[in-house]
Ligand binder design. Sequence first.
Ligand SMILES: O[C@H]1[C@H](O)[C@@H](O)[C@H](O)[C@@H](O)[C@H]1O
Ligand SMILES: [Fe+2]
Ligand SMILES: [Fe+2]
Length: 290
Amino acid sequence: MKDLKQLSEAARVTEAWEDYIITKYGENKSSKETTAFRDYSNALETQPTVAAFYKENHEKQTLAHVLAMTEKYQSLDKAYLGVWEVLEILDGLVDESDPDTQMSQTVHALQSAEAARRDGQPRWMILVALIHDLGKYLYFEGEQQWTVVGDTFPVGCQFSNKIVHPEYFVRNPDYNHPIYSTKYGIYEPHCGLERVHLSYGHDTYLAMVCQNYLPAEALYIIRHHSFYACHTEGSYDWLLNEHDVEMMKWVKIFNQYDLYSKAEKEPNTEELKPYYQELIAEFFPEKIRW
Ligand SMILES: O[C@H]1[C@H](O)[C@@H](O)[C@H](O)[C@@H](O)[C@H]1O
Ligand SMILES: [Fe+2]
Ligand SMILES: [Fe+2]
């Protein structure tokens, strides 16, 4: 396998993309420097809610939990709702894990989509930007934020110290497990992320909800967009296969819209509604299973 060569090639390509997009964002519509996003360093003092969120999340996301949640939600028998309908429901959620926005998730969805649209992205990418966080609907099914939002990471193998707040893993029951605490744990090197159990949250859930409606690139972005330790920090490269290396570049492109649009002005939902309803209808039936 030519993994390493491919990985470095992919890194080069994605770096170029990043430069390109960051330059575009340099002309900037938002008031915040790109380096000011995702600052978890002083969370304990300045953003205690974020720190408390990751403490609970890192202590409770075990392999057993992920398997139980997969079992609970994989039948998609919880609700039958339209995509726009869920987008409106999410107006009732502010994400506790996010140091960069206090706005509702409907606002975040429209900000991301508008950023992708302004950049001339293809329609499927604009749609992904719009819906990527709709898996947070889990919260309205009664799940607590620690298993709905936040960055994701693999369970069943050693936790990387590139994950935000790695110090909170010491009280995770898997932390000292004889197999799950080893580097590879239950996985074969380069087995591919498809086989990997990521901590349970909105990504895994939404990828499942959308599986019959979107192209592979879109589903890949949705499933991995919160896996910052990998797509941004470069850890867990030993899990990736050639398909992941190929697909990861889409995640990087998407990530700019997700992250940097959070500082932009609040979009007018009613004004944007017709455009986005039409876009949704290009890919989805009126209602889908949740
Ligand atoms: O706080 C945020 C938020 O919950 C996002 O939806 C998720 O994708 C990010 O990874 C996380 O850092
Ligand atoms: Fe997300
Ligand atoms: Fe997001």
